[in-house]
Design a protein around this ligand. Structure first.
Ligand SMILES: [Zn+2]
Length: 184
């Protein structure tokens, strides 16, 4: 019997030791990922979402003034949830615990806005209006756009959408700042 006892102890110790090492590794890894995510939110998402917000405002001015402006609408190719989605939900929960819900909301807004960027709204709006002018043989008639009920309705809709997107960008920035304030 002593032989079993002699084998059993180191085995149990070994099991605990490797569990402990794994746990330490996991915590270090979590801390590293958390640092990366917070840094990415601060340096990339927060900065870009403020630029995106300004561009929504710029587009709103261009559409309401109805100018053939030479203003260019930025495309924001880097504004995407791809990086944030590289980490799976259960892992996020493990890393962020109580703040998981807030982080999840942040990712959802980034996803939504990245599919509805100023550029997308501009293409949809001008594409529709230009097609409508073509169909009605009204190309080049600037007065048409200011008097036609369809064009007026379309313009009002685009401005309303832009207003919502501006609010969403502001909400996103607020949520990121709140998360950074708690976690950093
Ligand atoms: Zn029209």
């Amino acid at each position: 019997m002593p032989a079993i006892f002699g084998i059993a102890i180191p085995f149990v110790l070994g099991l605990f030791a490797s569990f402990f090492v794994d746990e330490v590794k996991r915590r270090i890894e979590n801390r590293r990922k958390k640092k990366f995510i917070l840094n990415y939110l601060r340096e990339t998402v927060l900065v870009t979402s403020s630029d995106v917000e300004e561009t929504y405002s710029l587009l709103s001015k261009i559409i309401s003034k109805q100018t053939h402006g030479s203003d260019r609408i930025s495309v924001f190719e880097t504004f995407t949830a791809k990086v944030l989605n590289a980490i799976e939900a259960p892992e996020y929960f493990d890393i962020f615990q109580d703040e998981y819900k807030n982080l999840n909301e942040i990712i959802a807004i980034v996803e939504f806005l990245s599919d509805n960027l100023p550029n997308d709204i501009a293409i949809a709006y001008y594409g529709d209006i230009n097609q409508h002018l073509k169909d009605n043989e009204e190309i080049g008639n600037i007065d048409h756009v200011t008097t036609c009920p369809y064009c007026k309705q379309r313009k009002a809709n685009a401005l309303k959408i832009l207003e919502f997107r501006i609010e969403e960008s502001q909400t996103l920035q607020k949520k990121i700042k709140a998360l950074l304030a708690i976690e950093e």
